[in-house]
Design a protein around this ligand. Structure first.
Ligand code: SF4
Length: 489
């Protein structure tokens, strides 16, 4: 029999291709995100501390000793068993994150997830576990998914009872017959040859399960395809009917997407310039201009007081200032350098010292900077007035690009600064920098905060972070210069 684990089960339902690749094509797996794996492990360990005094199964779930250790813990009437492992006679197996003893012959399954809310895939996971335990003679009374609680704000030591939220998922689970028929279906396709790949925007881009095989399945798509031009389900429908190549999509379908001009620009290979949209933006600018950008870290478990699970914590800002049109640029910055302390008070003090009370604050993608300012105003009320003034003066430089004041087909439908900068200011590049994007900045700084770096690595990272964040604000200055070349004509 082909062995089926709980993750095989969920993957097989999500996408048969993905499970087939997982079993037989290790060669095409992309690298796993180590930071996400580490965060999951840390949350799992804290979750066990939430239910202390249990027995931990030390063998891996696929090793026979794991089942022997579990049976011994059950015989000893352990209050909790962490990673309790079971395998049916037909080779379905699972390790239960926390198995809680109700001391009446029944047990509760607690599945720990580092997400802030339970998701459909978690219900499948627990359904499979209940099926396996039932077939192994364990009476399951309740099933819970335990997630992080975003409402809990840390003050001092972690309060584990508050940090975690238990969700009774009884009403959301699959029944035994459904699980059995899914297992049969999964075994049937795993016994056959490689499946025809059925890509889909909604399936492959699902944010809860970043698929590791996208590089393989999406490799033959044109650089700009129906999946770039259309959103979600609509993209899937158009793909099913006309394929991925936009040349085959009838013109009367273009209007179904917000930026139908993108497709025309692509097909005719022409740039889009809309002076009215560009002027709408420049007319609102008030000098001095402050070009502001934050870098943040986000931790599943709150590290600092006055923060919650998954809160974005600002650790760096870059600020370019231009006091008059075409005037000289000044540059200010803050980069936290102490892994023992919260970066926000030092960052806020410096920011409030250097940013004036009048003039526009230019950012790129305002929901990010505005959101961080609102959170910091709540967590540090002594800075609330200044942060509120900054938010009132924010102008989003992404908007003239989003509204297609300027658009080039080589952007492939994206208006991220990583696309607009090389398009309109090719001499400024992120490729030559030591840090290329916000995710890298964040994961390297988290390594520093977790003291996982040598002094040399820290020195190198600090230099790279200064260059990277500084480039983000300089990029805005240069992009605005490009807009002025059109509006000042
Ligand atoms: S990329 Fe899409 S089709 Fe390919 S394995 Fe992943 S989810 Fe399935």
């Amino acid at each position: 029999m082909i062995k089926i684990s709980k993750s095989d089960y969920v993957t097989g339902i999500k996408c048969p291709n993905a499970l087939w690749f997982k079993k037989y094509r290790k060669d095409i797996e992309s690298d796993k995100n180590q930071a996400i794996l580490d965060a999951g492990t840390a949350v799992g360990e804290l979750a066990c501390d939430r239910f202390p005094g249990g027995v931990r199964i030390t063998a891996k779930p696929w090793e026979p000793e794991a089942i022997e250790q579990t049976q011994k813990a059950i015989t000893q009437n352990a209050s909790y068993i962490y990673e309790a492992t079971f395998c049916t006679d037909t080779d379905e197996y699972c390790a239960v994150d926390i198995l809680q003893n109700n001391n009446d012959g029944t047990w509760d399954i607690i599945e720990v997830k580092s997400n802030p809310e339970p998701h459909e895939y978690h219900y499948l996971d627990v359904s499979f576990q209940r099926y396996v335990l039932n077939h192994c003679g364990i009476k399951v009374r309740n099933c819970f998914v335990m997630t992080l609680n975003k409402e809990y704000i840390r003050h001092g030591d972690l309060d584990l009872a508050q940090l975690f939220a238990l969700h009774d998922v009884a009403g959301k689970m699959q029944d035994m017959e459904t699980v059995q028929s899914e297992i049969n279906r999964i075994r049937a396709f795993l016994s056959g040859p490689e499946l025809g790949i059925a890509i889909s925007k909604t399936k492959c881009n699902n944010k809860f399960y970043k698929c590791e095989y996208k590089c393989h399945c999406w490799k033959d798509l044109p650089q700009y395809s129906v999946f770039d031009a259309f959103k979600g389900k609509l993209a899937d429908e158009i793909y099913a009917k006309y394929g991925a190549d936009l040349h085959n999509v009838p013109v009367d379908i273009y209007y179904k997407q917000q930026h139908s001009g993108d497709i025309e620009a692509f097909l005719d290979n022409i740039d889009v310039i809309n002076l009215n949209i560009l002027k709408q933006f420049t007319n609102n600018l008030q000098w001095p201009l402050y070009f502001l950008d934050y870098e943040t870290i986000m931790s599943a478990v709150p590290i600092f007081d006055n923060s919650h699970a998954y809160q974005q914590i600002c650790f760096q800002f870059s600020l370019h200032v231009q006091r008059t049109p075409g005037g000289k640029l000044e540059h200010y910055e803050y980069l936290h350098d102490n892994p023992e302390t919260d970066p926000r008070p030092g960052l806020l003090k410096k920011l409030c010292d250097v940013i004036g009370d009048t003039g526009s604050v230019v950012v790129y993608h305002k929901t990010f900077e505005k959101g961080r300012n609102c959170e910091m105003a709540f967590d540090f009320p002594e800075f609330a007035k200044k942060l509120s003034s900054i938010n009132e003066r924010i102008l989003d430089l992404e908007e003239p690009f989003k509204n297609r004041g300027l658009y080039c087909p080589c952007q492939n439908g994206s208006v991220s600064i990583k696309k607009t900068l090389p398009t309109f200011v090719p001499e400024l590049s992120y490729e030559t920098l030591g840090i290329h994007n916000g995710t890298e900045a964040s994961s390297q700084f988290l390594d520093f905060m977790n003291r996982n770096q040598t002094p040399q690595e820290t020195e190198e990272m600090m230099k790279n972070l200064r260059e990277y964040c500084g480039q983000d604000t300089l990029a805005m200055v240069r992009l605005l210069d490009v807009i002025f070349t059109y509006t000042n004509k």
